[in-house]
Structure formats: C-alpha cells, structure tokens
Design a protein around this ligand. Sequence first.
Ligand SMILES: Nc1ncnc2c1ncn2[C@@H]1O[C@H](COP(=O)(O)OP(=O)(O)OP(=O)(O)O)[C@@H](O)[C@H]1O
Ligand SMILES: [Mg+2]
Length: 413
Amino acid sequence: MGDIIAALDVGTTKICAMIAEVEGEEEMAILGVGHVPSRGVKRGTVVNVQEVTAAIGEAVAQAERTANIRVANAYVSLSGHHVESMPSQGAVTLSPRGTRSVTLDDVARALENARAKPLPHNREVVQTLPRMFKVDDQDGIREPLGMEGFRLEVDALVITASTVAVQNLVKCVRANGIEIDGLVLQGVASGMAVLTPEERELGVAVIDIGGGTTDVAIFLEGSPWHVFSVPVAGYHLTQDVAIGLRMPLTMAEELKIRYGHAQPKWVSPDENVGIEGFGDESRRTISRHFLSQILEARAEEILDLAWRGIKASGYDGLLPAGVVLTGGSAQLAGFRDLARERLQVPVRIGHVPNVQGLTEEYRTPAYATVLGLLIWGAKHPDILSYSPLSSDSRGRGDDALGRFGEWLRRLLP
Ligand SMILES: Nc1ncnc2c1ncn2[C@@H]1O[C@H](COP(=O)(O)OP(=O)(O)OP(=O)(O)O)[C@@H](O)[C@H]1O
Ligand SMILES: [Mg+2]
C-alpha cells in the first residue's frame, strides 16, 4: 500500500475534498471524493468561520465514507486578492575554512534565510519555493546537494498572505480535526494538474478562472515563478447576466452555462432562447447575441486583469508556452478563442489529467485545484509548503528533509 494523501480545495463556489493513494510520484489512485456548494467564502477568502467549518466537515465526511479512511492531514488551497509573491535571496556559509559539500540542512537553512525578510505585522509567509541555487560563483544550479563550495545561495519565491485570512482558513480546517500538510496557492496547485512538465519548463501562465477569484501562476524553469489572484471570475459573469437581463442569479447562472458564449461574433443575432419568466412574468425570449455581449465584456475584463498582473511581473515576454485557462469558468464557450485574440499568445484549455479512480463527473477544469493539491503533495515535501502556524507542531523532522532531498533529486534532468 502506498501513502495516503488528502486535499481540500476551499473555493468560492464549491468546497471539495479528495483522498488518494500514491505510489511513488507517478502512480495515483483516487479513493474518495466529497464536495458541497461553498458557503462562507467570498472572493476566495473565508468570511464566515462557522459556515466554512461545517462545509469542510461535510465534504471531508463524504470523501471519507467512499474511501473508508479517516482524514487526519490535508493539503489545503489558498486564494484571495491578499496573496502576493516576491523573489527573495537567501545565503548560508558552508564552511569558513576549506570547502565542503552541500547538505539538506544547508538547503533548508538557505531557504529559511530567504524567507526571513521583514514583513508588515499583518502578513505572513505561506510558501518559500526554491527557483535556483548558486554555489560560490556557479549559478543556475537546481540540484545543489553534494556540490562542493564555501557558500550556498538560493533564489526563492516567497509567497505571503494576510495573516487574518490564513488564520481563519487554518481554523476552519483544524476545527474538523485536520492538520495542514501545506497551504498551496490555488494557481500553483492548478498548474500542477493541468500543465505539462515541458510547459512548466519553457515558461507558461496558468489562469484558473473560478467562481470568485481568478488565480494566476507563472511557471518558468519547472518552478512557480510568480503568483497572484484577481477578485473577478464566474460569479461576476453570472451577476452581469442577472442585472443585464433582469433575472434572479440562479436563472442567470443556468442561462450562462447552457447558452453563454464569450464571443458574440459567433452567435447569430437572430438566435433566441425561450425561458420561464419569474414572478408574475410570463415566458420570455432572450437574445443569445445580447447574452453573449454581456459575457464578452466581463470575460475581457478578467483576461485583461490577469494579463496586467502578468505584465507587471515582467515575465510576459518569457512565456513561449503561452497561457493555459482552467477553473470552472474556462468552460464558457468561446473563452479560449477570446483569450487568443486578446492576449496574442498561444492559449489552450487545461483539462485535469486522467487519474485512476477519478469518475467522469470530476474530469472538468473545476477540479484542477483539488487534483493539483494531491499532485503537489505527492511530489513535494512539507518543507516547501508549511505554514508558520503549523511548522512548530510539525517541525522539520528528518522525514521532511528526506522527502525534500528526494524532491530535489527528481529535479535533475
Ligand atoms: N459550462 C460552464 N460555462 C461557464 N461557466 C461555468 C460552466 N461550468 C461552471 N461554470 C462556472 O464556474 C464557476 C465555478 O468554478 P470553480 O468550481 O472553478 O470555482 P471555485 O474553485 O469554487 O471558486 P474560486 O476558485 O473562485 O474560489 C462558477 O461561476 C460557474 O458558473
Ligand atoms: Mg477554484
């Protein structure tokens, strides 16, 4: 029997738990899934602890019943406009006299040094991810273990978030008796599920358009290079339809999913959709072209906000693999072509991989994050994704370091 890993995606639309058995890095089998409509989450952030705690409990209980396994730890997704990432350098002396070879402990110390930068009191570090290492004068090293030198430097990506937002999320998870293996950015998790290793190597941006947030992660040289989150997504598309066509949100949501299109130019101006009226209204007819015009305006805004963030990072010129759209809203008809035309880069829709035990219902881009959390958990050690809140209890034991070494070794070409 392999290791058991659990993942919990706390989204704005749905809260989803998955339990998997992993054998090495490649083999994964889904043992249980549970999902409930989200409550108490707004734009990716917990706004009602009681509601989110209860919803997590239900999703986890469903997954536990199918898997017949009790979840004690899980990788948990984090999102929200408050998330920021910044490059940071860390360095440690290996030996004041003569050279010696780099050990795992040195790598951990270098990462610790990279994350130990002053932060405002209301922010904290959630992930410190190594991008590249340098031993003495030799840079561009991915695998520093065993190299000889006087000094080890790391170029890391430090991801920070609002302390209050992190604490509320952690509270909701722990209230269900679940310890956090790691908090992983939604965009980073989705990227693990829908991007190919070649894309991550070349340079690519994954844009996960969910319900309340659009999470962007840029991958370069195989690692997350920059992440951010935009507080506009599918919910806003629905809301615009509800306002533009004067109807309740539930009806607008259904109309969007069944008849929506992000490019009015592909919808005939004569095409009408008959829908039930609401209140004392009789049946009414809606122009699909008009519906599409409403959706296009918001879809363009989402793409523009994502692209603005990518440009601001300065990495927009380093994305030969272009953009991969995922998340529930990536299923809106015409979204990919709209993105291609607007961003002028290659665009594809990122589908979730075909994992053993994953039923048809979950093979949609809406489940990219939760699957990506499992893949992240299978590939990465705790040391790369622990939250300071849980680090004291989990520590950085030999086991974590051992897995870290394994992870570094796997980075070797
Ligand atoms: N076929 C479809 N066409 C258009 N939109 C769709 C379709 N299916 C689902 N959506 C939209 O996808 C959104 C939900 O996506 P997803 O499940 O990825 O969100 P989430 O992870 O819960 O939220 P977030 O990541 O923003 O916190 C909803 O707004 C829904 O309307
Ligand atoms: Mg999501």
